[in-house]
Design a protein around this ligand. Structure first.
Ligand code: NDP
Length: 487
């Protein structure tokens, strides 16, 4: 199986390479086979990309917003027309099952492009009446923005960052995770086909050092990172030391709270979605599932029954519901956490093993895993595992569960399942989380802001909020009379 792109990087509307860069082998996580070989960007490649972006941006920012939007809209249509091949590419790159990539990856990027294509023409400043004189505000592009992506949703992350950046009149240099470098190149080709002028969306490959070189480049005005908290701290301090704008979309250990009166099957469905989708590699996953005592045992019984029916296997088979983890080191990390959970005294209800799948012996599979009897101070309840490992905790009262749900350094997401709507809103209001759901979990349509409280991040993606984060505000005071000068 091969998925070799024409070259490693995409700069100024063309594929380019520099074979002196460190090798990046691209591995199909279901088999462990190498499907492409790329090179990390050399200093020369980083310079070319930033320079192309810097040169192209001013003319792009001067276009009418509706004209920029028209190009994004065409790109959204092309993404949708190529959804099947892009989904296959994403499955090869990430190992996620094709039934997921067909609906959640290029399709999500297309939704995002379409949204910002339309929204930008209506994203205007304010008029301020000063009783004679007046003022107006205007949102202006920042200039060159750097996007750095994680490996769980590669083309979605590239779309979520590039669409608002480009709509607003910026140029972007995007660095995908070296684990999943392929689909951002495909997105770059789509943008070119849609008529995006050269230099406005550039892709450079590389490890963390390339991300750091981009984040500290003097011609870069903004950095948007999707990644872990430790990386976020490094990148934010680089941005701070150069006084650059920054958006940080980082990790989480989010709570799902299920009250006794919840609809049982929906609450279980939400908890499974929030732990097992994308083999648990989702930042907003609700990995601490708090279930009220009266429902706890029935919840666990049905949860285990339903979890056992999850079909693990060939990601390209449309019936497969769970693929492998992204690579060996993630596999080691997740299986280590499963061992930690057992050693800490949690009860392993189902899963916990490494399935043996014929033809996929070299893949990084792990069974969907449910622990019960988890307590708040166990490592599996405190640390982000980023794999299909659900911790179920029980609770008595509303006040108690709010305090326990908030007892974490993270604050990305939270969910509440109950039929008592006043309680749902009351509890959500108290939860320290940026993205919340009532009676569902993990739905992230582009129309609503996405991002975290506390260590889970700064800034927001999606919605009109993202346009604010890719622009700066100019205030203009207009005098209509004489200057009142004492001199
Ligand atoms: P990492 O933090 O390891 O990496 C994120 C990106 O940053 C990668 O492209 C990485 O490159 C790059 N990078 C690493 N070090 C540096 C550095 N010093 N300077 C600049 N860039 C650097 O995250 P993962 O890729 O492992 O992704 C998983 C994490 O992402 C989880 O914590 C998850 O919760 C979070 N995430 C958050 C989301 C959100 O929207 N809030 C969504 C999806 C994931 P390289 O890969 O080469 O090291």
């Amino acid at each position: 199986m091969r998925a070799q792109p024409k070259a490693s990087h995409y700069i100024n509307g063309r594929f380019v390479d520099d074979e002196r860069g460190t090798a990046i082998p691209v591995i199909y996580p279901a088999t462990g086979e190498v499907i492409a070989s790329l090179h990390s960007a050399t200093a020369n490649i980083v310079e070319l990309a930033v320079e192309a972006a810097r040169a192209a941006q001013p003319a792009w920012a001067r276009l009418k917003p509706v004209e920029r939007g028209r190009i994004l809209r065409r790109a959204a249509d092309i993404l949708r027309a190529h959804n099947e091949e892009l989904s296959r590419l994403e499955t090869l790159d990430t190992g996620k099952p094709i039934q997921e990539t067909l609906v959640a990856d290029a399709a999500s990027a297309a939704d995002c492009l379409e949204y910002f294509a339309g929204a930008i023409a209506a994203f205007n400043g304010e008029y301020v009446d000063l009783g004679g004189p007046f003022a107006y505000t205007k949102r202006q592009a920042l200039g060159v923005c750097v996007g750095i992506g994680a490996w769980n949703y590669p083309i979605q992350v590239a779309g979520w960052k590039s669409a608002p950046a480009l709509a607003m009149g910026n140029a972007m240099v995007f660095k995908p995770s070296e684990n999943t470098p392929l689909s951002a190149l495909a997105l770059a080709e789509v943008y070119s086909e849609a008529g995006l002028p050269d230099g406005l969306f550039n892709v450079v490959q590389g490890y963390g050092d390339v991300g750091a070189a981009l984040a500290s480049h003097e011609a870069v005005d903004k950095i948007s990172l999707t990644g872990s908290v430790p990386t976020g701290k490094k990148v934010l301090s680089l941005a701070g030391s150069h006084m650059k704008h920054a958006t940080m979309e980082l990790g989480g250990k989010s709570p799902i709270i299920v009250f006794d009166d919840a609809d049982l099957e929906n609450a279980i469905g939400g908890a499974m979605l929030g732990n097992f989708y994308s083999t648990g590699q989702v930042c907003s996953n609700g990995t601490r599932v708090f279930v009220q005592k009266g429902l706890h045992d029935r919840f666990v019984e049905r949860l285990v029954e339903r979890t056992k029916t999850i079909r693990i296997g060939d990601p390209l088979d449309p019936d497969t519901q769970m693929g492998p983890l992204v690579n060996k080191s993630q596999h080691d990390k997740v299986t280590d956490y499963i061992a930690v959970g057992k050693a800490e005294g949690a009860t392993l209800q189902t899963g916990g093993g490494v399935p043996s799948l014929q033809g996929f012996e070299g893949g990084f599979f792990v069974e969907p895993t449910v622990f019960t009897g988890v307590t708040d101070n166990m490592r599996i309840a405190r640390e982000e595992i980023f794999g299909p490992v659900m911790s179920v905790l029980s609770f008595d009262s509303e006040d108690e569960v709010i305090a326990r749900a908030n007892d974490t350094e993270f604050g990305l997401a939270a969910g509440v399942f109950t039929k008592d709507l006043p309680r749902a809103h009351r509890v959500i209001a108290e939860l320290q989380a940026g993205t919340c759901w009532i009676n569902t979990y993990n739905l992230t349509p582009v129309e609503i802001p996405f991002g975290g409280f506390k260590q889970s991040g700064i800034g927001r993606e999606n919605s009109l909020a993202a346009l604010q984060h890719y622009s700066q505000l100019k205030s203009v005071y207009v005098e209509t009379g004489d200057v009142a000068s004492p001199y």
